[in-house]
Design a protein around this ligand. Sequence first.
Ligand code: 3HC
Length: 316
Amino acid sequence: MHTPTEQERETEFQARIDRGEMIEPKDWMPERYRKQLIRMMSQHAHSEVVGMLPEGNWITRAPSLRRKAVLLAKVQDEGGHGLYIYCGTETLDVSREQMIDDLLSGKAKYSSIFNYPTQTWADIGAIGWLVDGAAIVNQTALAKCSYGPYSRAMVRICKEENFHHKQGYEILATLMKGTPEQRAMAQDSMNRWWWPSLMMFGPSDKDSPNSGELMRWKVKRHSNDDLRQRFIDRTVPQAENIGLKVPDADLKFNPETKHYNHGEIDWAEFYNVIKGNGICNRERLKARREAHQQGAWVREAAEAFAAKHKENMIAA
Ligand code: 3HC
């Protein structure tokens, strides 16, 4: 019986990807594929959990019981998305503890967008509409990725993101029908969240070290720039529909390409934020470290219960 060489295995793996087959946890996969997925999925899960912080900040300040209930539901959803994606990542033989340690030590990244402060209630609208809107574009593509657990997690998560997106847009639409102060608050929020939302899609394709192999392995189905453009094309008409101005003097619809030409992203700001020098990076990590520390007793109790339960199982 011929034992396939590493090269033969990789060739067969790529052939499976090219045929559009789904890779499952127990399938053979190149170590690099596994490592890339752990990186991408764990950072996605970190983003979901850290993303609860800026919005959680406004649960006690929501302007009505209805807004509070909707925001509570959204923040709970984000926590669930994080746990869902952590579970999906654990199928790649990495422990939850390792992933959490990587986040808390600063080794792992989470989305740059969550290092910006939520200064007004309109920011909760901007996050739902722009940030979750960008996440929908990105995650809809990921729902077709080649790794089974990730793809299936995205299908479930995108359904909830649509609720997040709609509630955010409704907050801003309501403010834009309000007083001049409310309209000014909504426009100020648009001005502060537009460009950081474009940065969520990652560096431009020419500066993306991971995209090449992620595209070859059909983890990424579209490039960073393509998804960014898709987001811009669908979001600009929504802004115009409620009277918000996109803060980009170079934004112009190109009738030939049917896309919006847009201004240059401030990549210095992007790299500065992902290096840890954003407005809220330290605050976010401090909050996560404190929460982890305060939650230690829950983990210890669960482990003690599991150990006791295992003992009883063995004794029975
Ligand atoms: N924030 C932080 N780091 C970023 C980033 C961002 N917006 N964009 C890129 N990076 C990092 C990458 O992680 C990579 O660093 P690493 O190699 O140390 O991990 C480096 O910049 C180079 O970027 P690449 O384009 O080469 O990296 P990727 O190919 O991984 O593409 C990505 C980046 C588009 C974010 C991709 O990882 C991805 O699609 N991830 C899954 C989706 C995700 O994580 N979304 C985050 C938001 S979650 C969210 O919005 C929740 C919603 O409910 C609100």
